[in-house]
Write a protein of this length. Structure first.
Ligand SMILES: Cc1ncc(COP(=O)(O)O)c(C=O)c1O
Length: 361
């Protein structure tokens, strides 16, 4: 599955910058480790591809034991199905409108199982109409909001109502519930109540799908969940280190950048700005972790410049030095570049096109 170019055998040190690199030993270790964690808690592993957007990495996840993959957008699913890397996909996004419902049906005709989530009646009716037109049965999970404050029905009772509607509508088969992330504050309460309510109502719940990398060390706290969708774990990033689920040595994505200016004793400017690192912060204060200078702070980004405060550093880089940055949020960095370069032992081993880059529809 590895796609290579003539850059093979080039040393990492000779790569032009900025460049997004993937440390392949770490990537492989992360995939194996999380497969083991999920399997040991008796759940099915269904990694989310939005982090890497690279079919070859999806194939590695399936080869490690994932039952299938998760895509956020139909465009991602189209790329992964074209690449033939999975026969079982879950699309975790409400499909609104007949054009998208038609695309979903096209895809569902091409693989063994394509399931989708829904959190409202409009989406269910649209899916049903499209499925009926094709003579297909589409598996549906009802998305629940257990405190994250995004999509999702607000109560187990509302989930049951939607489940019953899905079962009544032609072309749909209710298969269970889905939530993101497990760490949302009411997940345990919501799902415990839902399991009792559905049981009392005689509606089977074959799939309870949880998600997120930060909850990986606490999967056994959610015993009712049958599958888990983690995404960020393949690369990890500053947020995952802050959440305690990864260390710096688990971070497989590095942005290699060159110091292009040292305007003052305390300031370095690198050739990667918001067009590579993005300005994502969530709960992080600055804009990335500098591997070689852990006391440095990436204090600001403009589009093509990254500004680093060196005042806490004893050693300081010179103009022309290359530094590696662990981004705050690796998933959005994937969407910024056409390709990532896979490194092993300081050498380029492969170049992967980020095939689902920009596939946001
Ligand atoms: C619906 C859904 N499932 C799973 C994930 C994976 O979560 P993480 O990136 O924390 O592993 C995400 C991340 O955005 C998501 O939106």
């Amino acid at each position: 599955m590895h796609e290579t170019t003539d850059r093979k055998r080039i040393a990492a040190a000779d790569l032009d910058t900025p460049v997004v690199t993937v440390l392949l030993d770490r990537l492989e270790r992360n995939i194996a480790r999380v497969q083991d964690i999920v399997a040991r808690t008796g759940k099915r592993n269904r990694p989310h591809v939005k982090t890497h957007k690279i079919p070859a990495i999806g194939a590695m996840q399936v080869a490690a034991g994932a039952v299938g993959l998760t895509c956020q957008k139909l465009g991602e699913a189209e790329v992964f199905i074209d690449a033939g890397v999975a026969d079982d996909l879950l699309v975790t996004f409400n499909i609104v409108g007949s054009a998208k419902a038609g695309r979903l049906m096209d895809l569902s005709e091409r693989i063994g199982r394509l399931a989708v989530v829904a959190d409202n009646e409009t989406v269910l009716h649209g899916l049903s109409e499209a499925a009926r037109g094709r003579g297909r049965i589409v598996p549906v999970l009802v998305e629940c909001d257990s405190g994250f404050g995004r999509n999702g029905v607000q109560t187990p009772r509302a989930a049951l109502d939607l489940a019953r509607l899905a079962d009544r509508l032609p072309g749909l088969a209710f298969e269970g519930l889905m939530v993101f992330p497990n760490t949302a504050p009411r997940t345990l309460e919501f799902f415990s109540e839902a399991v009792s309510l559905f049981r009392a109502s005689g509606v089977p719940l074959p799939t309870l799908s949880g998600g997120g990398t930060p909850s990986l060390n606490a999967l056994s706290d959610y015993p009712m969940m049958t599958e888990h969708r983690a995404g960020t774990y393949v690369y990890n990033d500053v947020m995952m280190v802050h959440s305690g689920v990864a260390g710096w040595n688990d971070c497989a994505m590095h942005v290699r950048t060159t110091v292009v200016s040292r305007p003052t004793a305390d300031r370095a400017v690198i050739d990667a700005g918001s067009k590579v690192l993005t300005r994502e912060q969530y709960y992080v204060r600055d804009f990335g972790h500098v591997v070689e200078y852990p006391d440095a702070t990436v204090v600001n980004l403009s589009e093509e410049h990254g500004v680093i405060d060196l005042s806490a550093c004893r050693d300081r880089p010179r103009v022309g030095d290359v530094v590696n940055i662990v981004p705050n949020h690796c998933c959005v960095v994937s969407n910024m570049v056409d390709e990532v370069v896979g490194l092993r032992d300081g050498m380029v081993e492969l170049v992967w096109p980020v095939a689902a880059r920009g596939k946001v529809r």
